[in-house]
Design a protein around this ligand. Structure first.
Ligand code: SF4
Length: 214
């Protein structure tokens, strides 16, 4: 049984899969409280669903790309049963996780997109730094940057853990907090092998729009 906030199909707005049609399964509950959180509605709202029922809802979309997100999906132990069921059905599975929970239990066929929480999120002290050692070349890490201070902090972490050479590194502007142009200029000046990542879904649907089926 899993507590699920919503299941819907949308254009993927983040990660290297940006632009692809994706079914999102949003888990209820998060152990963090980031200052810029745009899914506050997922902290408590949701319905208890059997794994089999979730899979049959996903199958109804006939869309092979599925993203498990939240909230924080790794807080619910049956997430692993859901992953297993989706992989058995040949879905491509992405999971977004906030970096504070051990990621080792996630099947190696799954693309793990792990946040590294910057200081302005208020949550960098909650990071489980050992996770950086568990990342694979197919995984991605994401920094949501709110200020120059966050940007410089991110660059230090990228260098300290050689992230640029190991996997895809995404830098996203915190929406409405910092001008995307500023971050773009900093990245260009620094000649870094990292991917600038504005949240595409915000540009399609608007800042306030909650992402549900069209
Ligand atoms: S980890 Fe994600 S869902 Fe949790 S508070 Fe931060 S932004 Fe919101």
């Amino acid at each position: 049984m899993l507590k699920i906030n919503e299941i819907f199909k949308d254009i993927q707005g983040e990660s290297s899969y940006t632009g692809f049609s994706t079914v999102f399964v949003r888990f209820t509950g998060c152990n963090l409280r980031c200052t810029y959180c745009d899914t506050v509605y997922a902290y408590y709202e949701g319905n208890d669903l059997h794994v089999e029922d979730i899979i049959s809802q996903i199958e109804g979309y006939t869309c092979p790309l599925v993203e498990i997100t939240g909230g924080e999906p790794l807080l619910q132990k049956d997430v692993y049963r859901l992953i297993e069921g989706l992989l058995k059905r040949n879905n491509k599975v992405l999971i977004e996780t906030n970096g504070s929970i051990d990621i080792r239990g996630v099947d190696e066929r799954v693309i793990r997109i792990m946040d590294i929480k910057c200081p302005d999120s208020g949550m960098s002290g909650e990071m489980k730094w050992e996770n950086l050692g568990y990342l694979r070349g197919t995984d991605e890490v994401k920094f949501v940057v709110s200020s120059r201070r966050d940007y410089e902090w991110s660059i230090n972490i990228i260098k300290e853990y050689s992230l640029e050479d190991r996997l895809t590194v995404l830098i996203s502007p915190a929406y409405g907090v910092i001008e995307p142009q500023n971050i773009a200029k900093w990245i260009l000046n620094d000649q870094l092998k990292i991917r600038f990542q504005p949240q595409l879904h915000r540009y399609i649907w608007g800042a306030e729009e909650r992402r549900t089926d069209p």
